[in-house]
Design a protein. Structure first.
Length: 465
């Protein structure tokens, strides 16, 4: 089973005044263990490490973990012990594997204070900020106001960890994608909850969601990652709220604005759509954000290149899903056409009276790798002849149904195969079989060079093509 290390400050493990409750860390650990167990059908091995218990005392036995989860709090950030022990766990795990570092942030912390020594693969924010009072609230497992967000975040982390295990063991239950990719832009903190909700729904649709991990904190590296993901995406989704957003190192613009601008640039040179959402109650907290919101609303007047939705999140999600479903339907048709063109083609030659029965029977063979071509009987002799010639050229195999047709009819049809070279087919030596139908009358030996089988033997014959 997967091995996980949670590194946290001891203070974050303290219980509240009510002794009947568990600490935040304990609730997080137990909830994560249960959820991962439900997904992977087994109990994960999770160690909770409190550096204050290790430094200067008994030393931790080195282990190789596949996932390390530092819990960023105001106490963790200020503790050199926490950072050093976390780095030590990452380094010892890297000897035998490539561990993933999933940071859990349960407090409002300036990103500039994040430890540079801890390289993050993904970050999960267990807090939100009020747009009016700007008060930050931690997601608590027992709070009526925030418990649903706490457990939703647990679900997100558990699913991401499960995917690591699934990929490592190459389990075939990995979620099947439908070939559609979406760039879901990182957003300001006031909209993170809505972004997480939308991401879960997109993944459940079978959509591949980028970026796969948190963007780098320096603008140069971040720009390269953004562009890399956008060129692989069918659409990009951007959320503009009250806050301007985090400004990466080396830039004077927020990561929200940078992603939006790069998306506009990329989709000006390749197929793709850009969607922006502005909550109807969004009030800018800065002049720069007010300008960005004004630019977005200008796009609603068809001046810009994006489709902008101002309103509730459900309205925006419906717009996204409708557009994605169109993309999925188009891609599905393209795949079916490719399969039709690349798969085996079997030309079924039959008498006019047998065509309805044979079409029904052949279409029930449930072989996705075979496309059946059928004799045409209308609208005129020229069209029938052209259809026959084209099918002979395209076919990988032939089936002659001897049911209502006479022996003379069969002889005439089999002889026509020899003329396929004159129609433009290079190779006339390809699999063929005669099916003896229930209404067959005539000779038992139908052809000296072509095998005769019963109608219930056709499926086995087709499987050998």
């Amino acid at each position: 089973m997967i091995k996980i290390a949670i590194v946290a400050h001891q203070i974050d493990n303290q219980k509240s005044i009510d002794e009947n409750t568990v600490s935040w860390i304990e609730a997080f650990y137990k909830g994560l263990s249960v959820k991962i167990g439900q997904i992977l059908k087994g109990t994960p091995e999770i160690d909770v490490l409190f550096p204050q218990d290790l430094v200067g005392g008994s030393q931790r036995e080195p282990k190789a973990y596949q996932v390390i989860i530092p819990v960023y709090s105001q106490w963790f950030i200020r503790s050199q012990d926490c950072v050093e022990v976390c780095c030590d766990v990452i380094q010892s795990s890297a000897i035998s594997s490539e561990p993933k570092v999933f940071v859990v942030c349960n407090a409002s912390i300036n990103p500039a204070l994040y430890p540079l020594a801890i390289q993050t693969d993904q970050m999960y924010h267990f807090w939100s900020q009020d747009n009016v009072t700007f008060k930050a609230t931690r997601f608590e497992p027992k709070s009526p106001e925030t418990e649903k967000f706490f457990w939703s975040k647990i679900d997100d982390i558990a699913n991401d960890i499960a995917q690591i295990k699934i990929a490592q063991e190459e389990i075939l239950v990995q979620q099947e994608t439908n070939g559609i990719s979406v760039y879901l832009s990182e957003c300001s903190q006031d909209l993170v909850v809505y972004r997480d909700q939308l991401k879960r729904e997109l993944v459940s649709m079978g959509v591949t969601v980028y970026p796969e991990k948190e963007l780098p904190h320096h603008v140069t590296s971040a720009t390269a990652e953004i562009r890399k993901y956008l060129v692989k995406s069918n659409i990009s989704i951007h959320m503009l709220g009250s806050e301007y957003g985090t400004i990466p190192q080396g830039s004077n613009r927020s990561i929200v604005e940078i992603q939006n601008d790069i998306a506009e640039e990329v989709f000006s040179t390749q197929p793709g759509k850009r969607f922006l959402w502005v909550p109807d109650n969004a009030l800018a907290t800065s002049d720069r954000q007010a300008e960005l919101l004004a630019d977005a609303k200008t796009s609603m007047k068809n001046i810009g290149s994006a489709e902008v939705v101002v309103g509730f999140i459900e309205l925006f999600k419906n717009v996204i899903k409708e557009n994605l479903q169109k993309e999925i339907n188009i891609l599905k048709k393209e795949k079916e056409e490719v399969k039709r063109l690349n798969g085996k083609k079997v030309y079924v030659i039959c008498d006019f009276n047998d065509k309805p029965d044979i079409e029904i029977w052949m279409n029930n063979q449930q072989n996705e790798e075979i496309t059946f071509l059928f004799s045409a009987f209308e609208p005129d002799e020229k069209s029938i002849r052209t259809n026959h010639m084209n099918h002979l050229i395209a076919a990988d195999a032939l089936i002659f149904l001897k049911n209502s047709g006479s022996d003379k009819w069969l002889k005439m049809r089999t002889n026509e195969v020899m003329r396929a070279r004159a129609y433009g087919r290079e190779n006339i030596d390809f699999p063929a079989v005669i099916i003896r139908g229930n209404r067959h009358k005539g000779s038992e030996i139908l052809h000296q060079d072509i095998d005769t089988i019963e109608i219930n033997q056709v499926k086995a014959w087709l499987s050998q093509l």
